[in-house]
Design a protein around this ligand. Structure first.
Ligand code: PLP
Length: 434
C-alpha cells in the first residue's frame, strides 16, 4: 500500500495520489485524510527507536514531530523536511489548577513551548514540508492568529514565500507581529473571512500557491504527534481523559486519529476519552452534539469570545471531530468568558500560564467535575494550546480590573493582581510586605 489522500466520507472513500494538490474531495466535496502503509516494526521496536532518537543530534530526530515519523508515512525524502525542532513540549504537574478544577491531580501538556508558541507548529512542519515536496514556491493562509505566525516561520525557514490574507480591521497584534517579523507578505482585504477564503482559493489555483489553512490534511498528520509524544512521556499508559479547546476542530480530529492508530499498532491498550471545550459565544459543535445527525450542523453566524483562537463560527473539521468524540466516548462542553478568564489566571498561578483559548480546558474541567461527568479521582491531561505571551493585553486588563466581555460586560478578576504604586520609601514598602 502506498501513501494516498483519501476522502473522509464513508460513502465515498475515493483515493487520490499523495502529490495531488487538492483540499477537498473533487468527487463529493468531503474532507480529505492522509493514509499510508503501517510501519513494519513491532510496537516494542517503535518505542525503542523513538526513545533512542532522543539521544541523537540529527535534526529530524530532535524534532518532536519527525522523531515519530513512522506515524507520518507520506514523505519519501527526509531532505524536504522543514523543522524548527517543534514539539518536545513538557508534561507539567499543576496541583493548584487540579484543586481549582476539582481533581486530585492534573497534568498539562503545554504546546505553548513550541517555536512560535502554539501547537500550530506541530502541524505546520508537515504542511510546509508537503508544500516543498510538491515543488511549491509560495504558501498562503487566511488567519490573523497562530496559523499565520506559524506558517510564516516555517515557510521562511524552508525558503518558501509566506502570504497571509486577513480581514480588514480584525487583527490580533501579538500574532500578526510574529507573521510580519517572519517575513510574511500580508494583505488586509476589505471582505469577511468567508469571502477572503474564496478569493484565496481562486488565487491559489491561478498562481500555483499552496494553501495551508486548517483543512490541510498534512497539518492534521503533524498534530497527531502531540498525542504520540504525550503517550511516550506517560510510558504508554493512557490517561482517563484528554481535554482540548475546540475552534476549527482540527486538533481534536488529529488526536482521535492518533489514538485509533496507536491502538491499532499496539502502542497503547485503550483509547482515553476526549473532552472538547468551546467558548459559549462560539460553540456550534457543542450545540450540534446535543442532537447530532448528518445534516443538523448549524454554524454560529456571529461568533463572540475574547479567546480569539477559538472564535470560529463554522469549523471546517466538524465531521472528523464528531467521529472522534463518538469513538472515544467523549464529551463536548462550553464555558463562559468569566470562567475562561479565571481559569487562565489559575493556570498562571501554577507558574505555567497560557493564552485565553487554552484556559478553556481548565474552565471545562471545573464545570465537568462539578456536574459529575469527570470524577475527581480521574487521571486527566489537558492540552494548553498557546503561550502566555500571545495575548498580554488580555492579561493586563484582567489583573487591573479592566477586562470586558464581547458585549462590554465587565469580567471580574477573581485572581486579580494589580501593580501597586508606591513612593521611594523603604519603610512604607516594608509595612506593605508584613
Ligand atoms: C488554533 C488554536 C486553537 C483551536 O484549535 P482547532 O484545531 O482549530 O480546534 C486553540 N487554541 C489555540 C491557542 C490555537 O492557536
Amino acid at each position: 500500500m502506498s501513501a494516498d489522500l483519501i476522502c473522509f466520507e464513508s460513502a465515498c472513500r475515493t483515493r487520490y495520489p499523495i502529490t495531488e494538490v487538492i483540499y477537498n474531495c473533487p468527487r463529493c466535496g468531503g474532507l480529505l485524510e492522509v493514509t499510508g502503509p503501517e510501519p513494519s516494526e513491532s510496537a516494542a521496536g517503535l518505542k525503542r527507536i523513538w526513545r533512542e532518537r532522543r539521544m541523537s543530534n540529527a535534526p529530524l530526530d530532535q524534532s518532536g514531530v519527525w522523531r515519530y515519523r513512522e506515524m507520518l508515512p507520506f514523505l519519501p525524502d527526509p531532505a524536504d523536511v522543514i523543522t524548527l525542532r517543534e514539539g518536545n513540549t513538557p508534561l507539567l504537574d499543576a496541583p493548584f489548577a487540579a484543586r481549582y478544577g476539582g481533581l486530585q491531580r492534573l497534568t498539562f501538556k503545554h504546546q505553548g513551548f513550541n517555536p512560535t508558541g502554539s501547537f500550530k507548529d506541530n502541524g505546520m512542519t508537515c504542511g510546509a514540508t508537503q508544500a516543498r515536496r510538491l515543488g511549491m514556491k509560495r504558501v498562503a493562509c487566511v488567519s490573523t492568529g497562530n496559523t499565520s505566525a506559524s506558517m510564516a516561520a516555517y515557510a521562511s525557514a524552508g525558503g518558501l514565500q509566506p502570504i497571509i490574507f486577513i480581514p480588514h480591521g480584525n487583527i490580533s497584534y501579538g500574532k500578526l507581529a510574529q507573521a510580519l517579523e517572519y517575513g510574511a507578505k500580508t494583505f488586509q482585504v476589505e471582505a469577511n473571512f468567508d469571502q477572503i477564503l474564496k478569493l484565496v482559493r481562486v488565487l491559489a489555483e491561478e498562481l500555483g500557491i499552496y494553501l495551508l489553512n486548517s483543512i490541510n490534511p498534512f497539518r492534521i498528520e503533524g498534530q497527531k504527534t502531540i498525542l504520540v509524544e504525550m503517550m511516550d512521556q506517560l510510558d504508554w499508559n493512557p490517561p482517563d481523559w484528554i481535554v482540548v479547546p475546540g475552534g476549527n476542530l482540527g486538533n481534536v480530529s488529529a488526536f482521535g486519529k492518533a489514538l485509533r492508530e496507536m491502538v491499532q499498532l499496539g502502542l497503547i491498550s485503550r483509547i482515553p476519552r476526549l473532552a472538547v471545550i468551546q467558548a459559549a459565544g462560539s460553540a456550534p459543535f457543542h450545540e450540534f452534539m446535543q442532537h447530532p445527525s448528518r445534516d443538523s450542523f448549524r454554524p454560529v453566524e456571529h461568533p463572540e469570545t475574547l479567546a480569539t483562537a477559538i472564535k470560529i463560527g463554522d469549523p471546517v473539521s466538524w465531521p472528523k471531530a464528531w467521529q472522534e468524540v463518538v469513538a472515544s466516548s467523549g464529551i463536548v462542553e462550553k464555558v463562559t468568558e468569566q470562567e475562561i478568564a479565571d481559569a487562565k489566571a489559575a493556570v498562571g498561578l501554577c507558574g505555567i500560564g497560557c493564552e485565553p483559548a487554552s484556559a478553556a480546558t481548565l474552565a471545562g474541567i471545573r464545570k465537568l467535575t462539578g456536574a459529575g461527568a469527570i470524577e475527581g479521582t480521574s487521571n486527566v491531561v489537558a492540552v494548553l494550546t498557546g503561550n502566555v505571551l500571545k495575548d498580554p493585553d488580555y492579561i493586563y486588563k484582567y489583573h487591573t480590573g479592566q477586562l470586558t466581555g464581547p458585549e462590554g460586560t465587565p469580567l471580574l478578576g477573581a485572581f486579580g493582581n494589580q501593580p501597586i504604586v508606591v513612593c521611594n520609601d523603604p519603610q512604607k514598602i516594608a509595612t506593605m510586605l508584613v
